[in-house]
Design a protein around this ligand. Structure first.
Ligand SMILES: Cc1cc2nc3c(=O)[nH]c(=O)nc-3n(C[C@H](O)[C@H](O)[C@H](O)COP(=O)(O)OP(=O)(O)OC[C@H]3O[C@@H](n4cnc5c(N)ncnc54)[C@H](O)[C@@H]3O)c2cc1C
Ligand code: SF4
Length: 374
């Protein structure tokens, strides 16, 4: 696949739609808007990584970390993994063309339907099951999730999770969930050639084998094929109404290695519609900065954050060999397949109270990170 991003000199001064961010939110919006015939510009603060450019060694892994603290931004603002360090909640998000889909664990589970009844969802969404089902189907058709195939069913970490399910009396709840990974060489739904997963276990530091179905592999090429332009290293500072109130004015800065974001004079592009899809933290920060520039926003902006409820547990010196650290700098066949980050599931969501439900999944650590543990 060729690079998707264009040189910033190719940017026009006005688009019908400007999309901020290129994760699931931004990439899907860009694809849909481009397919609808709109002129679309995607602004992504991170860089475009191609297969082979993701970190393999611990040193490269350290180079691809950035820490966002109250006191300072540490590390390159173009680094792949951004850690927000706060007093009460810390969070990891992706930075790059494809957003957090570049570094997530690929599991594509449909939520418990009872969660849609929560009154905090907009009434229109709650009441529209047919629309939700259609949305699920569209995403499924493009992201193409599937359970790991037979050749990965004997992975030590998956077998160990099966044993754990038996020990917990939950063998009937054990399964291999759909993951957004390609398991055979093929051309995907966006017309992009992808390779079969080799099971390196490095999904959390980016796939060097073109096998992870990140938005860089599907929705973003689809958007470009339908005329969208993508610009990377473009960090949006704020969005406000233009002086004549006729359009949106998007202020951004070009992010370069060694240069702080948001400290140079802003550049501008205008749009009829702006889609803010910079992730939970990125979108809130962007809207808070926009509020300082005069944008009218809800008083609830920036309040009531929660994490996604994940709890990570680590085991070591286990009786059974787990092989839970990704290949990193090892070449194919040097060590046995680890498997995609997550391959198994113990599903305990059918509790009387939906809030008591949980799932247990096994996992592997990406080589550039996990090497520090072995
Ligand atoms: C390690 C890890 C594992 C995960 N595993 C799973 C899993 O297995 N299954 C699952 O369902 N979910 C998983 N998740 C969660 C899931 O990946 C995220 O919820 C999802 O990717 C968020 O998508 P998004 O589009 O909202 O935001 P993002 O994908 O974070 O996209 C936001 C984009 O906006 C860009 N951006 C931010 N600020 C600006 C700005 N000012 N200007 C321009 N661009 C900006 C960012 O660089 C980024 O590309 C995981 C998350 C992590 C961190
Ligand atoms: S296990 Fe390796 S090859 Fe397979 S999707 Fe993850 S990173 Fe790509």
């Amino acid at each position: 696949m060729n690079r998707l991003s264009s040189a910033v000199t190719a940017m026009k001064s006005h688009y019908e739609v400007v999309v901020i961010g290129s994760g699931y939110g931004g990439a899907i919006a860009a694809s849909r808007m481009a397919r609808a015939g709109r002129s679309v510009c995607v602004l992504e603060r991170g860089r475009e990584f191609m297969a082979g450019e993701f970190p393999r060694t611990p040193f490269q892994g350290a180079e691809q970390m950035q820490y966002n603290t109250a006191l300072a931004q540490i590390g390159s603002p173009l680094a792949l993994l951004e850690v927000h360090v706060n007093d009460d909640v810390n969070a990891v998000v992706g930075c790059g063309l494809g957003g957090t889909s570049l570094i997530n664990a690929n599991v594509a589970l449909k939520v418990d339907p009872r969660l849609w009844d929560d009154v905090r969802w907009p009434a229109a969404l709650r009441g529209d099951q047919a629309g939700r089902d259609k949305g699920y189907q569209r995403a499924w058709d493009m992201l193409e999730p599937s359970p790991v195939p037979g050749r990965f069913r004997k992975l030590p970490k998956l077998v160990a999770l099966g044993k754990s399910a038996e020990a917990l009396g939950m063998a009937d709840r054990f399964s291999t969930p759909p993951v957004t990974v390609t398991f055979e060489d093929r051309t995907n739904a966006a017309g992009v050639a992808q390779k079969a997963c080799v099971g390196c276990g490095d999904c959390n530091s980016g796939c060097n084998y073109d096998a992870k179905n990140s938005t860089h592999m599907n929705y973003l090429p689809d958007a470009v094929a339908h005329g969208a332009q993508i610009f990377t290293g473009a960090a949006v500072h704020s969005v406000v109404r233009s002086a004549d109130k006729q359009k949106w004015q998007v202020a951004y800065q070009l992010v370069r290695l060694g240069r702080e974001s948001y400290d140079a004079p802003d550049l501008f592009v205008t749009a009829d519609i702006v889609i803010v899809s910079a992730g939970t933290i990125g979108s809130s920060a962007l809207l808070l900065r926009s509020r300082n520039e005069g944008l009218s926003v809800s008083a609830m902006l920036g309040k009531r954050f929660t994490g996604n409820g994940d709890v990570l547990a680590f085991a070591y010196n286990t009786d059974d060999v787990i092989n839970g650290v990704g290949w990193g700098a090892h070449v194919e066949r040097e060590i046995p397949p680890v498997g995609p980050t997550i391959t198994g599931l113990i599903d305990h969501r059918d509790t009387a109270d939906v809030r008591d439900g949980f799932v247990i999944e096994e996992g592997s650590l990406a080589g550039p990170v996990g090497a520090a543990l072995v």
